[in-house]
Ligand binder design. Sequence first.
Ligand SMILES: C[S@@+](CC[C@H](N)C(=O)[O-])C[C@H]1O[C@@H](n2cnc3c(N)ncnc32)[C@H](O)[C@@H]1O
Length: 202
Amino acid sequence: MLSKRLQAICDFVTPNSKVVDIGADHGLVDIYLTKNKNCQCLATDISAKSLEKAKENIKKAGVSVKTLVTDGLEGIELTDETLIISGMGTHTILKILNKKITNDLVICTHNKVSLLRKKLQKKGYYIKDEKVIFDKFYYVIGYYKYGQGPRINNYVSPFLINNIEYMRYLLNKYQIKFIHEKKFLVKLKYHLIIKKIKKHVK
Ligand SMILES: C[S@@+](CC[C@H](N)C(=O)[O-])C[C@H]1O[C@@H](n2cnc3c(N)ncnc32)[C@H](O)[C@@H]1O
């Protein structure tokens, strides 16, 4: 069975689609998507050792998933694939997405989700949906599409405002940042974020 985080990633992928999973590591996402959603998957990783794990799991599962050792999107031609990037930090993700564009992205960053939203919305993507999963930490999983669409706030996502526990976590995080911040403009930014979050947390 997949973890809640990996399941949430798979839930955003359209059945029968082509998928490139960057940093596939164990390959569990690709196995699930091939078995349950009839997707054609390419599982990649920068580490040959990690990809060996994926190959073993793929063999055990008895499914057909292609694998490739490569850094990010190097050597990969994209047409209409859904790109999955999960389990890396925002700076690595943005570096990987620097040169190529694809219509559908499913992304789960380890950190700086507001920076990810900001940069990808600037790059021409809109956020179609987001989910937040708690699995020791909070993970935000975003489904991004390239093209025209509503811009969302980088800090307070309309898709997540009904998750009161998560909103309380965010409130606490920005209140601490506000207290410790010395620069006036950054403090003001945190003040505005806190005000926005408070509208949803009673
Ligand atoms: C923490 S694992 C995440 C595995 C899986 N995607 C998940 O979310 O559970 C991160 C993986 O990304 C790989 N990775 C890191 N930087 C990469 C890059 N630039 N290109 C491809 N893979 C990368 C690592 O080798 C590692 O196997």
